[in-house]
Write a protein that binds this ligand. Structure first.
Ligand SMILES: [Zn+2]
Length: 252
Protein backbone atom coordinates (compact mmCIF):
# COMPACT_ATOMS: atom_id res chain seq x y z
CA UNK A 1 0.00 0.00 0.00
CA UNK A 2 2.79 2.41 0.98
CA UNK A 3 4.63 1.39 -2.18
CA UNK A 4 1.69 2.26 -4.44
CA UNK A 5 1.16 5.56 -2.63
CA UNK A 6 4.88 6.43 -2.85
CA UNK A 7 4.98 5.53 -6.54
CA UNK A 8 1.99 7.75 -7.34
CA UNK A 9 3.43 10.61 -5.30
CA UNK A 10 6.82 10.34 -7.06
CA UNK A 11 5.07 10.22 -10.45
CA UNK A 12 2.91 13.30 -9.80
CA UNK A 13 5.72 15.37 -8.25
CA UNK A 14 8.00 14.32 -11.07
CA UNK A 15 5.49 15.53 -13.66
CA UNK A 16 4.89 18.87 -11.91
CA UNK A 17 8.60 19.59 -11.42
CA UNK A 18 9.39 18.25 -14.90
CA UNK A 19 6.96 20.85 -16.21
CA UNK A 20 8.99 23.55 -14.39
CA UNK A 21 12.25 22.09 -15.70
CA UNK A 22 10.97 22.32 -19.27
CA UNK A 23 9.79 25.92 -18.81
CA UNK A 24 13.09 26.94 -17.19
CA UNK A 25 14.94 25.31 -20.06
CA UNK A 26 12.78 27.17 -22.59
CA UNK A 27 13.18 30.53 -20.83
CA UNK A 28 16.94 30.17 -20.42
CA UNK A 29 17.14 29.42 -24.14
CA UNK A 30 15.22 32.52 -25.22
CA UNK A 31 16.72 34.74 -22.49
CA UNK A 32 13.47 35.44 -20.63
CA UNK A 33 13.27 35.81 -16.83
CA UNK A 34 12.58 32.46 -15.20
CA UNK A 35 9.81 33.22 -12.72
CA UNK A 36 6.76 34.97 -14.24
CA UNK A 37 3.52 32.99 -14.69
CA UNK A 38 3.40 30.84 -17.80
CA UNK A 39 1.99 32.49 -20.91
CA UNK A 40 1.25 31.48 -24.47
CA UNK A 41 4.38 32.09 -26.54
CA UNK A 42 2.30 33.67 -29.33
CA UNK A 43 -0.60 35.68 -27.84
CA UNK A 44 0.88 36.12 -24.31
CA UNK A 45 -2.40 34.97 -22.74
CA UNK A 46 -1.53 34.12 -19.10
CA UNK A 47 -2.31 30.47 -18.47
CA UNK A 48 -5.05 29.74 -15.93
CA UNK A 49 -4.49 27.17 -13.18
CA UNK A 50 -6.42 24.50 -15.08
CA UNK A 51 -4.17 25.03 -18.11
CA UNK A 52 -1.06 24.27 -16.04
CA UNK A 53 -1.80 20.65 -15.12
CA UNK A 54 1.02 18.54 -16.54
CA UNK A 55 0.09 16.32 -19.51
CA UNK A 56 -3.69 16.49 -18.83
CA UNK A 57 -4.01 20.18 -19.80
CA UNK A 58 -2.20 19.54 -23.05
CA UNK A 59 -4.52 16.64 -23.86
CA UNK A 60 -7.65 18.61 -22.82
CA UNK A 61 -6.56 21.56 -24.99
CA UNK A 62 -5.62 19.14 -27.80
CA UNK A 63 -2.19 20.78 -27.94
CA UNK A 64 -3.53 24.30 -28.69
CA UNK A 65 -3.65 27.61 -26.80
CA UNK A 66 -7.19 28.17 -25.42
CA UNK A 67 -7.01 31.81 -26.53
CA UNK A 68 -5.35 32.00 -29.97
CA UNK A 69 -5.36 28.28 -30.88
CA UNK A 70 -1.60 28.36 -31.58
CA UNK A 71 -0.05 24.91 -31.35
CA UNK A 72 1.66 23.96 -28.08
CA UNK A 73 4.68 21.77 -28.71
CA UNK A 74 4.41 18.08 -27.86
CA UNK A 75 7.72 18.71 -26.06
CA UNK A 76 5.68 19.85 -23.01
CA UNK A 77 3.69 16.67 -22.27
CA UNK A 78 6.59 14.43 -23.33
CA UNK A 79 9.06 16.02 -20.91
CA UNK A 80 6.45 16.09 -18.13
CA UNK A 81 5.54 12.44 -18.57
CA UNK A 82 9.19 11.37 -18.90
CA UNK A 83 10.15 13.16 -15.67
CA UNK A 84 7.17 11.61 -13.86
CA UNK A 85 8.21 8.12 -14.98
CA UNK A 86 11.86 8.78 -14.09
CA UNK A 87 10.92 9.88 -10.58
CA UNK A 88 8.74 6.81 -10.13
CA UNK A 89 11.47 4.46 -11.39
CA UNK A 90 13.97 6.19 -9.09
CA UNK A 91 11.58 5.64 -6.18
CA UNK A 92 11.47 1.92 -7.06
CA UNK A 93 15.24 1.66 -6.72
CA UNK A 94 14.75 2.02 -2.94
CA UNK A 95 17.83 4.20 -2.56
CA UNK A 96 18.79 5.81 0.73
CA UNK A 97 17.27 9.29 0.87
CA UNK A 98 20.44 11.14 -0.18
CA UNK A 99 20.92 9.12 -3.35
CA UNK A 100 17.22 9.29 -4.19
CA UNK A 101 17.39 13.11 -3.93
CA UNK A 102 20.54 13.11 -6.09
CA UNK A 103 18.90 11.11 -8.88
CA UNK A 104 15.62 13.01 -8.79
CA UNK A 105 17.51 16.33 -9.00
CA UNK A 106 19.67 14.94 -11.77
CA UNK A 107 16.59 13.99 -13.85
CA UNK A 108 15.19 17.50 -13.46
CA UNK A 109 18.54 18.91 -14.52
CA UNK A 110 18.72 16.68 -17.58
CA UNK A 111 15.16 17.62 -18.63
CA UNK A 112 16.03 21.33 -18.28
CA UNK A 113 18.96 20.76 -20.63
CA UNK A 114 16.66 18.91 -23.06
CA UNK A 115 14.27 21.89 -22.90
CA UNK A 116 17.00 24.44 -23.76
CA UNK A 117 18.48 22.30 -26.51
CA UNK A 118 15.10 21.69 -28.17
CA UNK A 119 14.39 25.43 -28.07
CA UNK A 120 17.74 26.90 -29.12
CA UNK A 121 20.09 24.03 -30.09
CA UNK A 122 22.49 25.07 -27.33
CA UNK A 123 23.12 24.26 -23.70
CA UNK A 124 24.31 27.47 -21.99
CA UNK A 125 27.27 27.52 -19.58
CA UNK A 126 25.02 28.74 -16.76
CA UNK A 127 23.36 25.34 -16.90
CA UNK A 128 26.43 23.15 -17.29
CA UNK A 129 29.32 24.59 -15.27
CA UNK A 130 27.62 25.02 -11.86
CA UNK A 131 25.86 21.66 -12.30
CA UNK A 132 29.20 19.92 -12.85
CA UNK A 133 30.40 21.04 -9.40
CA UNK A 134 27.05 20.41 -7.76
CA UNK A 135 26.66 16.85 -9.05
CA UNK A 136 30.28 15.98 -8.29
CA UNK A 137 29.75 17.10 -4.68
CA UNK A 138 26.38 15.32 -4.43
CA UNK A 139 27.64 12.11 -6.01
CA UNK A 140 30.57 11.87 -3.59
CA UNK A 141 28.72 13.11 -0.50
CA UNK A 142 25.71 10.76 -0.92
CA UNK A 143 27.96 7.76 -1.58
CA UNK A 144 26.51 7.24 -5.08
CA UNK A 145 30.10 6.94 -6.33
CA UNK A 146 33.50 7.06 -4.65
CA UNK A 147 34.92 10.59 -5.15
CA UNK A 148 37.69 9.42 -7.41
CA UNK A 149 35.30 7.42 -9.65
CA UNK A 150 33.05 10.48 -9.99
CA UNK A 151 36.04 12.64 -11.01
CA UNK A 152 37.22 10.04 -13.55
CA UNK A 153 33.65 9.86 -14.91
CA UNK A 154 33.64 13.62 -15.40
CA UNK A 155 37.01 13.61 -17.19
CA UNK A 156 36.02 10.69 -19.45
CA UNK A 157 32.67 12.26 -20.31
CA UNK A 158 34.20 15.63 -21.14
CA UNK A 159 37.18 14.20 -23.05
CA UNK A 160 34.98 11.86 -25.14
CA UNK A 161 32.77 14.68 -26.41
CA UNK A 162 35.64 17.12 -26.93
CA UNK A 163 37.33 14.39 -29.00
CA UNK A 164 34.20 13.95 -31.12
CA UNK A 165 33.84 17.75 -31.37
CA UNK A 166 37.33 17.93 -32.87
CA UNK A 167 36.89 14.88 -35.12
CA UNK A 168 33.49 16.07 -36.40
CA UNK A 169 34.81 19.53 -37.21
CA UNK A 170 32.57 21.16 -34.60
CA UNK A 171 29.31 19.39 -35.50
CA UNK A 172 29.08 18.10 -31.97
CA UNK A 173 28.87 21.17 -29.71
CA UNK A 174 31.07 21.92 -26.72
CA UNK A 175 27.91 22.57 -24.69
CA UNK A 176 27.30 18.83 -24.89
CA UNK A 177 30.83 18.22 -23.55
CA UNK A 178 30.17 20.48 -20.56
CA UNK A 179 26.84 18.76 -19.99
CA UNK A 180 28.74 15.48 -19.84
CA UNK A 181 30.73 16.76 -16.82
CA UNK A 182 27.61 16.39 -14.66
CA UNK A 183 26.62 13.15 -16.39
CA UNK A 184 30.06 11.64 -15.76
CA UNK A 185 30.01 12.67 -12.11
CA UNK A 186 26.76 10.77 -11.56
CA UNK A 187 27.14 7.78 -13.89
CA UNK A 188 30.86 7.05 -13.40
CA UNK A 189 33.22 6.27 -16.29
CA UNK A 190 31.78 3.01 -17.69
CA UNK A 191 28.13 3.97 -17.79
CA UNK A 192 29.13 7.41 -19.11
CA UNK A 193 30.76 5.85 -22.16
CA UNK A 194 27.83 3.46 -22.50
CA UNK A 195 25.34 6.35 -22.36
CA UNK A 196 27.17 8.12 -25.14
CA UNK A 197 27.27 5.05 -27.39
CA UNK A 198 23.51 4.58 -26.80
CA UNK A 199 22.89 8.30 -27.54
CA UNK A 200 24.81 7.97 -30.81
CA UNK A 201 22.79 4.86 -31.78
CA UNK A 202 19.44 6.49 -30.89
CA UNK A 203 20.44 9.69 -32.71
CA UNK A 204 21.55 7.82 -35.85
CA UNK A 205 18.42 5.68 -36.04
CA UNK A 206 16.18 8.74 -35.57
CA UNK A 207 18.20 10.78 -38.08
CA UNK A 208 18.00 8.05 -40.74
CA UNK A 209 14.28 7.59 -40.03
CA UNK A 210 13.57 11.32 -40.37
CA UNK A 211 15.61 11.53 -43.57
CA UNK A 212 13.75 8.58 -45.10
CA UNK A 213 10.44 10.17 -44.08
CA UNK A 214 11.54 13.43 -45.75
CA UNK A 215 11.27 15.30 -42.45
CA UNK A 216 14.95 16.25 -42.25
CA UNK A 217 17.01 18.19 -44.79
CA UNK A 218 20.68 17.34 -45.40
CA UNK A 219 22.88 19.31 -42.96
CA UNK A 220 19.84 20.44 -40.96
CA UNK A 221 21.03 20.61 -37.33
CA UNK A 222 19.29 18.26 -34.91
CA UNK A 223 19.23 18.82 -31.13
CA UNK A 224 21.38 16.06 -29.65
CA UNK A 225 20.65 16.48 -25.92
CA UNK A 226 17.35 14.53 -26.12
CA UNK A 227 19.37 11.55 -27.40
CA UNK A 228 21.98 12.09 -24.69
CA UNK A 229 19.13 12.06 -22.16
CA UNK A 230 17.75 8.81 -23.62
CA UNK A 231 21.22 7.22 -23.50
CA UNK A 232 21.78 8.41 -19.93
CA UNK A 233 18.39 7.07 -18.80
CA UNK A 234 19.03 3.61 -20.26
CA UNK A 235 22.61 3.54 -18.90
CA UNK A 236 21.47 4.70 -15.44
CA UNK A 237 18.78 2.05 -15.00
CA UNK A 238 20.04 -0.83 -17.15
CA UNK A 239 23.69 0.04 -17.87
CA UNK A 240 25.30 -2.55 -15.60
CA UNK A 241 22.89 -5.22 -16.82
CA UNK A 242 23.61 -4.39 -20.48
CA UNK A 243 27.36 -4.52 -19.87
CA UNK A 244 27.05 -7.98 -18.26
CA UNK A 245 25.00 -9.19 -21.22
CA UNK A 246 27.55 -7.84 -23.65
CA UNK A 247 30.44 -9.41 -21.74
CA UNK A 248 28.67 -12.78 -21.72
CA UNK A 249 28.11 -12.62 -25.49
CA UNK A 250 31.76 -11.73 -26.01
CA UNK A 251 33.31 -14.44 -23.83
CA UNK A 252 31.04 -17.44 -24.18
ZN1 LIG B 1 -2.16 31.90 -27.42
Amino acid sequence: MMHVFGSCLAFVYGMVLGSFANVIGYRLAIGEPIFPRSRCARCHHTLAAEELIPVLSWIALRGRCSHCRAGISVQYPVIELTTGLLWMMTFWQAYPIGQMALWMTFWLYLMTAVGTDLTSLTVPNILTIPAAGLFLAASGATGELPWCTAVIGMCIGYATIVGIHLLSGGKMGLGDAKLYLAVGAVLGPLRTIESFILAAIFGSITGIGLRLAGRLQPKQPVPFVPFIAAGVIVAAFYGTHLMDMYARLLYR
